[in-house]
Design a protein around this ligand. Structure first.
Ligand code: NAP
Length: 248
């Protein structure tokens, strides 16, 4: 088992990419804390599925855009499992609008949920990870939008580009402790986040993806499990696209 004996926290794991990541980490042997904000039933369903397959998981509610709640999430995970080896910052949201229509609240919500949450959770986990002296893995889910931009997503692309700068900086800060920090930039994946995209945008997206299709959730999840494993010990500060070639 690639992740036997490891403990992971995955933010926003009640559905979509986060759920797929949590399930894959558990399938590779990690105990997983399933963070959610509002979707308690969905999170409990993820936990039940992991347990039914012989894994270990717990659902923990926390709005990770809030500093204090992120602290509590990490403390709860430590109290439950005694250690955290892997943090996956996946929670995210969109408020797509052209800049001329974008409200201050659209900017603030997206920046807080997608970028401040990464600061909040990393800040909470860094000290316990360093103190334990066993290294660690932090994997931040950014987006292809950070690399190429997207009309109607100035807030989202800015938040996800911020995640990349944060990732590289933290990788330099904690590298000597054998804690790796990497960013993953997914392209298009079928989740609630992309279900709201207009049909013409969905069709146009396919023209720009060399592999000619959207990704499957398992295809981003397995990359994260690899980055979380001991096999990826010498990879840090990297931005790895899983996008069918969209951003190259
Ligand atoms: P999704 O299906 O909408 O799921 C979002 C998850 O984040 C849910 O579990 C949600 O839980 C959680 N969440 C949202 N705000 C939260 C908060 N403040 N605190 C804690 N949890 C919160 O979205 P997704 O498509 O799986 O996206 C996952 C990540 O991948 C995001 O960072 C997104 O930007 C990124 N991404 C997605 C795509 C794509 O094509 N889908 C492409 C590039 C990047 P609750 O329902 O409980 O709030």
């Amino acid at each position: 088992m690639l992740l036997e004996g490891k403990v992971a926290v995955v933010t926003g794991a009640s559905r979509g990419i986060g759920r797929a990541i949590a399930e894959d980490l558990a399938a590779h042997g990690a105990a997983v804390v399933i963070n959610y904000n509002a979707s308690a039933d969905a999170a409990e369903e993820v936990v039940a599925g992991i347990k039914a397959n012989g894994g270990r998981a717990t659902a923990v509610q926390a709005d990770v855009s809030q500093f204090d709640q992120a602290q509590t999430l990490i403390k709860t995970a430590l109290d439950s499992y005694g250690q955290i080896d892997i943090l996956v910052n996946n929670a995210g949201t969109t408020r797509d609008k052209l800049l001329l229509m974008m409200k201050e609240a659209d900017w603030d919500t997206v920046l807080d949920t997608n970028l401040k949450s990464v600061f909040n959770c990393c800040k909470a986990v860094a000290r316990p990870m360093i103190r334990r002296k066993q290294g660690g893995r932090i994997i931040n889910i950014s987006s292809v939008a950070a690399l190429v931009g997207q009309a109607g997503q100035a807030n989202y692309a800015a938040s996800k580009a911020g995640v990349i700068g944060f990732t590289k900086s933290l990788a330099k800060e904690v590298g000597s402790r054998q804690i790796t920090v990497n960013a993953v930039t997914p392209g298009f994946f079928p989740t609630a986040l992309t279900a709201v995209l207009p049909e013409d945008m969905v069709n146009t997206s396919l023209e720009y993806i060399p592999l000619g299709r959207w990704g499957e959730l398992s295809e981003v999840a397995y990359l994260v499990s690899f980055l979380a494993s001991d096999k990826a010990a010498y990879i840090t500060g990297q931005v790895i696209s899983v996008d069918g070639g969209l951003a190259m």
